[in-house]
Design a protein. Structure first.
Length: 386
């Protein structure tokens, strides 16, 4: 039976996706302000406000399946939204750094519960239109991150203190919480599990985990170090920030049109994976030969914009039911966030004593080669077991 992808379902995905990233991305615009306010904490302490949620997403995501088995998909997602809401709301009280650390834990645990549940929700309600659902969800996440990055500092100025800008993002989370509470999910029927494919599914899951980690590593590394790279090459700070914003905005737009890109490759996701890897290698090559930097930035936007919805969609696509999608997404995201989150630090160490542009270009190129190899291995595995 074909499931239609109606507006309420898309609206719920937009709300959930938009709320996932402001709790993390709203910290960066106020990092210097918070560092001045908590001068005894230092930059490393402020960095915990963004690193703690990523670690929580990596550690807690696989455990979300256990909670889903006990209370159900919708209830688990609602618990996650409640945690994110209070994690953002409590940031209004920004006079105690310990409380801000607690909010980072709440946001991270909430995100870790929500993300696998969204995969299960897409499998349950949007299985026949999974690519469109994932593209809307991924683009909404990018929109939320961009909105928080661009407006949090202004919101803090309006409210008169950093906590006002940070706590503002509890409002869209509250709206998501209300809308999801009013939406009823059908009772999930148990489906016959496919037997004698455990080994093939294991290797597919391992490949997906590696793919998620590589694409996350490229994304995080570029967002973290691209401004430094560009400033080292002689660009002004404003130009470097503008090009980084262009990368984020363009990749979000590409994510929105992800189904069309997959359709160009006859519906084969692994060809799209390979195309994204080739775009990454082309970006590094074009930069090396002196092509205007906007061209490599746009190519990286295509690569990131394709890889992220792919990484979200593939666990859903190969899972037989919603419960399996929740479990597989949890494990894939655990490996992806833990491994991918380390790569910006590795890139920072690699740039020590070296020109940032050369070091970062080499790192991105190496990751792109591994991404291409992973795409080929995944494609051969899918062809073999179809």
């Amino acid at each position: 039976m074909k499931i239609s992808l109606k507006f309420p379902v898309l609206f719920l995905l937009i709300l959930a996706g938009f709320c996932l990233r402001p709790g993390i991305s709203s910290i960066a615009p106020l990092a210097e302000t918070l560092q001045r306010q908590f001068y005894d904490v230092g930059a490393a302490g402020i960095g915990l406000l963004t690193s703690i949620p990523v670690v929580c997403m990596g550690v807690i995501s696989p455990l979300a399946f256990l909670l889903e088995k006990r209370v159900g998909l919708k209830q688990t997602l609602m618990i996650g939204l409640v945690l994110v809401f209070f994690g953002e709301l409590l940031r209004w009280f920004d006079s105690w750094f310990g409380l801000l650390l607690l909010t980072a834990v709440l946001v991270g645990v909430g995100d870790a519960l929500i993300r696998p549940m969204i995969s299960g929700f897409i499998k349950l309600r949007c299985a026949d239109r999974g690519r469109l659902a994932v593209s809307v969800y991924a683009a909404s996440m990018g929109a939320g991150a961009g909105a928080a990055t661009l407006s949090t500092a202004s919101l803090a100025d309006i409210s008169g203190h950093p906590g006002g800008g940070l706590a503002f993002w509890a409002l869209p989370t509250l709206l998501a919480l209300i809308c999801w509470s009013l939406f009823s999910l059908p009772v999930q029927r148990e489906q016959q599990q496919v037997v004698n494919k455990g080994q093939s599914m294991f290797w597919l899951a391992a490949g997906l985990s590696l793919f998620f980690a590589l694409q996350a590593g490229i994304n995080y590394t570029l967002i973290a170090w691209l401004p430094t790279w560009l400033r080292y090459d002689g660009y002004s700070a404003s130009t470097a920030d503008s090009l980084t914003t262009l990368l984020i905005v363009f990749s979000t737009l590409v994510s929105l049109f992800y189904p069309l890109f997959v359709r160009l490759f006859s519906g084969r996701e692994y060809f799209t994976m390979l195309a994204a890897a080739i775009a990454t290698m082309m970006a590094a090559a074009f930069y090396a030969v002196g092509v205007p930097v906007v061209v490599p930035v746009l190519l990286m936007g295509i690569a990131i914009g394709l890889c992220f919805p792919l990484a979200l969609h593939l666990p859903v696509a190969i899972s037989p039911d919603a419960a399996s999608a929740v479990r597989l997404s949890g494990w894939v995201q655990t490996v992806g966030y833990l491994a991918g989150g380390l790569l910006p630090s590795i890139a920072g160490m690699a740039m020590t004593g070296r020109p940032p542009s050369a070091a970062l270009a080499a790192i991105v190129l190496v990751l792109a080669v591994f991404l291409a190899l992973t795409s080929l291995a995944f494609g051969f595995s899918r062809i073999r077991h179809q």
